[in-house]
Design a protein around this ligand. Structure first.
Ligand SMILES: C[S@@+](CC[C@H](N)C(=O)[O-])C[C@H]1O[C@@H](n2cnc3c(N)ncnc32)[C@H](O)[C@@H]1O
Length: 230
C-alpha cells in the first residue's frame, strides 16, 4: 500500500478539491490527537469530536485505580484507520505492560489501512461483525465510534461525504442503532465508551433501559455525543 503522499501538482489539487474530494484523501493523511495517520477512501477521515473520546477514556480508566499489572483488554470496535486504538496504545502500553490491544472492523480494506498505521505497535486486528467471536471478561474495556447515522439523515449529508467516504463507516439503519444494538449484547466488561449523535442517543434512551446504567457526555460543541456504560 502506497503510504507516501502522492505528488499532485497545485493545479491537480485545486481540481480535486473542486470535484469535492476531501483534502485529507488528496494528501492521504489526517491528524488525530496530534498524530498523523495514513488514510484513503476506504476509511472515515477522523473527526475532531472523536478525539475527545480519548480523554474521556483515559480519565475513566485512571478513576478506576486499576493495578498496572492487570491484564486489561482494550477493544476498539470499528477501527477504520486505527486512529483510536493506536493513540490508546501510545498512551497506555507502558503504564499497563500486560494490557492487550485489539481492534475489529468488518471491512478488509479498512483493516489494511489500520495495519499500515499500527506499524510495529502490538495491536491485534480481527475482521468480524462488531465484537462477534471476541472473548470478553470483567477486565475488558470496549471503545467504539461505530456507524451511527440513521438512513434518512445519511441521505442528506454533504455530497462530498456521500461521494467520497465509505457508507459502511457511517450509516446504521433506520434508527442509527443497528451497530450499537450489537454492542449492547455484550454483558461483561469493565466499561464501554461509545460515540453516537444526539438524535440517536435520545432514541437509544427511548428504546432501551440504558438511561439508568449509563452516562451521556457532551462534545466540545455542547452536543450529546458519548455514552459511557459501567
Ligand atoms: C465511524 S467509522 C469509525 C472509524 C474510526 N474508528 C474513527 O473513529 O475514525 C466506523 C467503522 O466501523 C466499521 N464497521 C461498519 N460496520 C461494521 C460492523 N458490522 N462490524 C465491525 N465494523 C464495522 C467501518 O468499516 C468503519 O471503519
Amino acid at each position: 500500500m502506497e503510504t507516501d503522499s502522492p505528488k499532485h501538482s497545485y493545479e491537480d489539487i485545486i481540481q480535486l478539491l473542486l470535484s469535492g474530494k476531501p483534502y485529507e484523501q488528496i494528501i492521504n493523511s489526517a491528524y488525530f490527537y496530534g498524530r498523523k495517520f495514513y488514510i484513503n477512501e476506504d476509511v472515515l477521515i477522523p473527526r475532531p469530536e472523536t478525539q475527545e473520546i480519548i480523554d474521556i477514556f483515559l480519565s475513566k480508566l485512571s478513576s478506576l485505580d486499576i493495578s498496572p499489572s492487570t491484564k486489561i483488554k482494550i477493544i476498539d470496535v470499528g477501527t477504520g484507520s486505527g486512529c483510536i486504538i493506536c493513540t490508546l496504545y501510545d498512551k497506555l502500553s507502558v503504564e499497563y505492560p500486560n494490557a492487550q490491544f485489539l481492534a475489529t472492523d468488518i471491512s478488509p480494506e479498512a483493516l489494511e489501512v489500520a495495519k499500515v498505521n499500527i506499524g510495529k505497535r502490538e495491536i491485534k486486528l480481527v475482521q468480524t461483525d462488531m465484537i462477534k467471536g471476541i472473548e470478553v471478561d470483567k477486565d475488558t474495556i470496549i471503545i467504539s465510534n461505530p456507524p451511527y447515522i440513521p438512513t434518512k439523515i445519511y441521505e442528506g449529508l454533504d455530497q462530498s461525504v456521500l461521494d467520497h467516504e465509505p457508507k459502511i463507516a457511517l450509516e446504521s439503519g433506520e434508527d442509527g442503532l443497528e451497530h450499537m444494538d450489537k454492542l449492547l449484547e455484550v454483558k461483561e466488561f469493565k466499561f464501554m465508551l461509545v460515540e453516537l449523535m444526539p438524535e440517536v442517543i435520545e432514541q437509544l434512551q427511548k428504546e432501551t433501559e440504558i438511561k439508568d446504567r449509563s452516562k451521556v457526555l457532551k462534545d466540545f460543541r455542547g452536543k450529546d455525543r458519548f455514552v459511557l456504560l459501567g
